[in-house]
Each structure stands twice: as C-alpha cells, then as structure tokens.
Ligand binder design. Structure first.
Ligand SMILES: *Cc1c(COP(=O)(O)O)cnc(C)c1O
Length: 456
C-alpha cells in the first residue's frame, strides 16, 4: 500500500516537472503572430488545469504538442467574430433572425463620412453653439412625408413606450382587443403599456371591435385612442375592426389624442397588390393623425430605429421627456437613416435593398437560378416557381411569387449541411429550397461553390 502511494507520488512529481514554463512556451513558433498577453493568459489557465489533473491523479501523461495546439485553438476561438455574414436563401426578405433590412454599400459609404469624422451632430455651425441632434433627419423626413415634425428613437418598441409614457401615464389608452399583439422576442403591447404607466382600456372582442366600443369607453381619464397594426397575424372570418379614419374622427370629437402604431411603415406602393393589405405611410397621413410610429428596419428598409411623426407640439412634448435620453440614437443610426431618406427623395430605390428585393423582376431571378443550375448540373437541382413571405412582422399570411432551386436529396440533411456553410435555405414539401429573392446577386458564385462542395 505504502509503496503504491509512493509510486504514484513519484510519477506525479515527474509529470509535474514536465509542465512547461510559460515564458518558454510563448516562444514557440506557433505563437509568433499572436498577442503575447492573450497567449500567456490562455497558457497559464491550460497549464494550471494540467497541474490540477496531475495532482488529482486524473491523467498519467500529457503531450506538449497537444498543449500548444490547444492553446492556439483557444486563441483563435476567442478572436473569431461572433457576428458573421450569412446567405439568406429563405426568400423571407425581412428575416428578423438574420438582421431584418440590409443596408446597401452605397448608403453605408455615403453615411460613413459622418462616422469616421467629427460632425455637427449636436453643433450649430451658424451660431457656434450646441445644436439639436434630431434636426438633421427631421429636415429630410419632413420633405419626404410632409409632416409637421419627426422624432427618432432606438426602435419602434421605444416609440410606443415613449408616446404612452408621455401622454397616457396614469391615464387610459383605449385599444381594440383584436390588436393587443405579441410580436417576436416577446414584445407584448399590453406589457409595454403597463410598464409605460399607461392604463390599458381594452375594448371590443378579439374578432370584432366597433366604433361604438371605443366611444362607450371614453371617460374623463381617457388620454388617447390607439390603433396597433396586426403585424404577424390576421383575424379572418366573422371579424371587424375600426378604420383609423373613424378613430381619428372620434378622438377629435372628444378632444383626445390619436396614435397609430403602424409597426412597419413604407413609402412606395408595393407590387403584387400587397398594398391592399397594409396601408402606405401616405395613406395614413391623409387622415391627419396626431402621432404615428413605425420601425426603421422593416419595410422602410433602413437601420434599426423608431420613427415618430406627427404634430409639432406633441413631438416637442416627447422631446421634453427625460426618457428620450435613454432611447436616443447615435450618429451611425442618424447618418444611415438620413442617407436612406435622401434615396427616397430622389426615388433612388436601387440603393434600398429591401425594396430592390421586393421589386426585382421575376425573370431576372429565373435567369440567375438557371445560371446556377447550368453550372452545377441539372441532375442536382432544378428550378422551382414558388411563393414567399415578407416576414419581420409585416404582411402576415400574404404570399407573393418567387423563384428557387430545389436540391436533390434528403431535405433535413441538406438544410444542416448548407447551414454549416452559412447558407440558410428552407424546406417546402420535403424539398430543400434556395430562394433567389433574398440571395444577393454577388453571392451567386459562392452558392455554386457551396452546392458543388456539398453535393458532388
Ligand atoms: C415590429 C413592431 C413593433 C416593434 O418594432 P421594433 O422596431 O422591432 O422595436 C411594435 N409594434 C408593431 C405593431 C410592430 O409590428
């Protein structure tokens, strides 16, 4: 027994002596292009782990080569980008999980001058004193929408929160039961209202709300009538909702605020008759709303932002709310947003990828798909005329045509393999599809390479 312990102890001592010195270890050729500080940090941890394993008798030997390889591997893992580009071949243009709207290189380039240089973000060049951050985009936005004033916040969820907190705190905001939505990421309108301090007054039934329901619930504590766009669901069959036009009239009659959370707002009429299901911003502004809000990165096709438009006196009140400081946007957002609005003013829709993908000619998609098929061989994939969705909490259940290629083989297995190559496709009728509506033309070459790698 004693002998056995001594033997083990002796062996351990031997192994412990084998543990490399850190300052020797970092001299290895493998680390010649690495940051010393980070290598030392990882090496210390790995060697300490080995030391404990030896002392506890968990290991009877270790390999020096494996140790330095492991250190290098961990070094690379730490430095690898977490956020990486993907090819969206799902056909869903506003894919929330993949970043919603894309920004074009053109817009990014134009915006970058205000990001890499100092700017007049909050500096009044004429007076030589502090200026107003929100003036920049508001000038362009006012020309685009013809509204009295504009305010930009972090996202549309912030817009909803700020508006309710400013105008309906401890007061009632009347909303239809059919519009109490939950959108992705568990953003629930009723929860947001509660947290903002507003008292939610639900009216009507899930499937039917009438103007009378709003009117009968107005009391001395009512602050606003609110309409919320049904972004990710539809209520069909025996159903009824009140037009914003009528809500506006009713709120005017009772001297109340009206507010329409559009979710996704957009400018030009959409193709495939999609505008029949979701009004343009202009359609809503015709009714002269007190306030509207929408997302910057849904159909508007720009950066994440919440855009509030409406009456100047109300926007001024929002600006006085201390919360705005916490919801404010930085120069990167404002610069990109401003360039997007300028593209709209010039009707330069080519520079807005979201619109580009939506308005692209189907023939163009077909030509690109056929070219890929030609390159990889038609025994492997074939052209499919299919349909897709807009996504991102817009136009729920409304499909429109698209062009895809279906890849021969087991759909589930293919989905996994393409995903490993950073290509996200979709499965439809047990077929794995790559939809060209959302594949950027410059990625076609990479698609061909990846298909060949995976299939051939
Ligand atoms: C998407 C959406 C929001 C939230 O907008 P974000 O920009 O994602 O914060 C709020 N309300 C409605 C109706 C929406 O569709």
């Amino acid at each position: 027994m004693v002998n056995k312990i001594l033997l083990k102890y002796g062996k351990n001592m031997e192994l412990l002596r084998k543990l490399p010195k850190i300052d020797k270890l970092i001299e290895e050729n493998l680390f010649k292009d690495c940051s010393n500080k980070l290598v030392i940090k990882i090496a210390k941890m790995k060697v300490e782990n080995l030391r404990l394993d030896i002392l506890n008798g968990n290991i009877s030997d270790f390999s020096y080569d494996d140790l330095i390889k492991n250190i290098k591997k961990e070094y690379e893992q730490i430095l690898a980008s977490s956020l990486i580009p993907l090819i969206n071949a799902t056909g869903v243009i506003l894919h929330t999980n993949m970043g919603r709207s894309l920004i074009s290189q053109e817009i990014l380039d134009r915006a970058s001058k205000n990001i890499v240089n100092y700017s007049n973000l909050e500096y009044d060049l004429q007076k030589g004193c502090r200026g107003e951050r929100y003036e920049h985009v508001s000038k362009h936005f006012k020309s685009l929408l013809g509204v009295e004033d504009i305010l930009i916040v972090n996202n549309n969820a912030s817009a909803v929160f700020l508006i309710l907190n400013t105008f309906a705190k401890e007061k009632e905001a009347i909303v239809s039961r059919g519009e109490l939505v939950e959108i992705g990421g568990s953003f629930r309108i009723p929860e947001v209202m509660k947290n903002s301090g507003a008292i939610l007054c639900e009216v009507g039934a899930t499937n039917k709300t009438k103007l009378k329901d709003y009117e009968e619930n107005i009391n001395e504590n009512t602050a606003m009538l609110m309409k919320v766009h049904k972004s990710n669901y539809t209520i069909e069959g025996f159903s009824d909702e009140v037009d914003f036009k009528d809500i506006k009239q009713l709120s005017q009659k009772h001297n109340l605020l009206d507010y329409y959370d559009l979710g996704s707002g957009y400018i030009p009429k959409l193709p495939y008759n999609l505008s029949a299901y979701e009004p343009t911003i202009d359609d809503i502004l015709k009714h002269n709303p007190s306030l509207i809000s929408f997302s910057g990165d849904k159909l508007f096709g720009s950066v994440q932002a919440g855009i509030i438009a409406g009456k100047k006196e109300l926007i001024d009140k929002l600006k006085q709310n201390q919360l705005l400081r916490m919801l404010r946007v930085d120069k990167i957002t404002l610069s990109i947003l401003e360039e997007t609005i300028k593209a709209y003013l010039e009707e330069n829709y080519q520079d807005i990828p979201t619109l580009n993908m939506l308005f692209v000619n189907l023939k163009e998609l077909e030509d690109r798909a056929n070219k890929v098929i030609e390159e990889v061989g038609d025994g492997i994939c074939k052209l499919v005329k299919t349909t897709t969705y807009m996504g991102g909490g817009t136009l729920p259940n409304k499909t429109f045509p698209s062009v895809a290629i279906s890849i021969k083989g087991k759909a589930n297995k293919l989905e996994k393999e393409f995903r490993k190559s950073n290509i996200i496709g979709r499965i439809e009728n047990d077929k794995f599809l790559l939809d060209f509506r959302t594949i950027l033309p410059q990625d076609d070459k990479q698609m061909i390479i990846s298909i060949k790698e995976i299939i051939l």
